[in-house]
Design a protein around this ligand. Structure first.
Ligand code: CP
Ligand code: NVA
Length: 315
């Protein structure tokens, strides 16, 4: 693994190893074992959009691994405005050891990866949010003891988070059922572009009540993502009926888990009651971003990645 731009770029084995290393580093953190694998290394964190979880988890992950992280606002950097992406990437490559970038256009993370010569992690783009899907599947693995053979039901916008979740389901051997208004669903071409294994991994239907039958996970995200604010009114109207609420949760098995990547708009895509119900694991999910990000940095930037993989597989 050289960069992390999309979950679909990983092999199933790499995805399993990432989850194993994340779980391993979580146990070590909980037992107070210090880490040093990023000793002397610096992660540049570029944010063109706001963040709580991604920023805090990456900064803490770098620090707890013995390295450091610096926060840079997109406006300060002015990629393509102040200077070209090639020049920005090459300067980063001369100074730091890795880049994590949250960007509007997915091409920006691709450009950084192409020109920097150092590992680049996509911390959310308009296309995907791979770091979220790793934390999500760490949570799913903890809850179900496995990641395959599960029915993950996503209610809402087939957006960046949903796309990474779909790709993760594909690698995990689970199915993502997307319940979504037609106009906001994945196109067939989009799903095909995930790779050859997409066929069994993604089903799209329009009725959320039918979707949740037999679900192991009920998942949602905001209806209006960052950068889509001008579409908010149209989206609010289009997504009526696609809310995770107590009535919808009651249609699923009592063992089904409620998930949300956060931030949530309580009362829109999810109700307060569904967020706070006993089946909700949203704050485990949020915490697991830290352990997931640590695994990503450990494997991309850390010393002797094979050693931690071998140790994690043995856990
Ligand atoms: N889920 C997530 O990425 O949260 P932030 O936008 O707060 O980073
Ligand atoms: N789909 C959301 C996710 C935020 C973590 C967005 O892009 O704004």
């Amino acid at each position: 693994m050289r960069h992390l731009l999309n979950i679909a770029d990983l092999s199933p084995a790499e995805f399993h190893d990432l989850l194993a290393v994340a779980g391993y580093l979580k146990k070590r953190r909980n037992s107070g074992t210090p880490e040093h694998a990023l000793g002397g290394k610096t992660l540049a964190m570029v944010f063109e959009k706001p963040s709580l979880r991604t920023r805090v988890s990456f900064e803490l992950a770098a620090t707890e691994l013995g390295g450091s992280a610096m926060y840079i606002r997109g406006e300060e950097l002015g990629i393509g405005v102040r200077e070209t992406i090639e020049d920005v990437a090459r300067v980063f490559g001369r100074m730091v050891h890795g880049i994590m970038a949250r960007v509007f256009k997915h091409e920006t993370v691709e450009g950084l990866a192409q020109h920097s010569g150092i590992p680049v992690v996509n911390g959310l783009s308009d296309y995907s949010h791979p770091c979220q899907a790793i934390g999500d599947f760490l949570t799913i693995k903890e809850q179900f003891g496995r990641i395959d053979g599960l029915r993950v039901v996503y209610i809402g916008d087939a957006n960046n988070v949903c796309r990474s979740l779909a790709q993760a389901c594909m690698l995990a051997g689970s199915t993502l059922v997307v319940a979504c208004p037609q106009a906001y669903a994945f196109t067939a071409e989009d799903i095909r572009s995930f790779g050859p294994a997409w066929g069994k991994a993604v089903e799209q239907i329009h009725d959320p009540r039918a979707a949740v039958k037999g679900a192991h996970v009920l998942y949602t995200d905001v209806w209006t993502s960052m950068g889509q604010e001008a579409e908010r009114a149209a989206r609010l109207a289009a997504f009526q009926g696609y809310q995770i609420n107590e009535a919808l949760v009651a249609l699923a098995d009592a063992s089904a888990k409620v998930m949300h990547c956060l931030p949530a708009h309580r009362g829109e895509e999810i109700t307060h009651g569904a967020m706070e119900c006993s089946q909700s694991v949203v704050f485990d999910q949020a915490e697991n971003r830290l352990h997931a990000q640590k695994a990503v940095l450990r494997l991309l930037m850390g010393s002797e990645p094979e050693r931690v993989i071998a140790a994690a597989r043995g856990v």
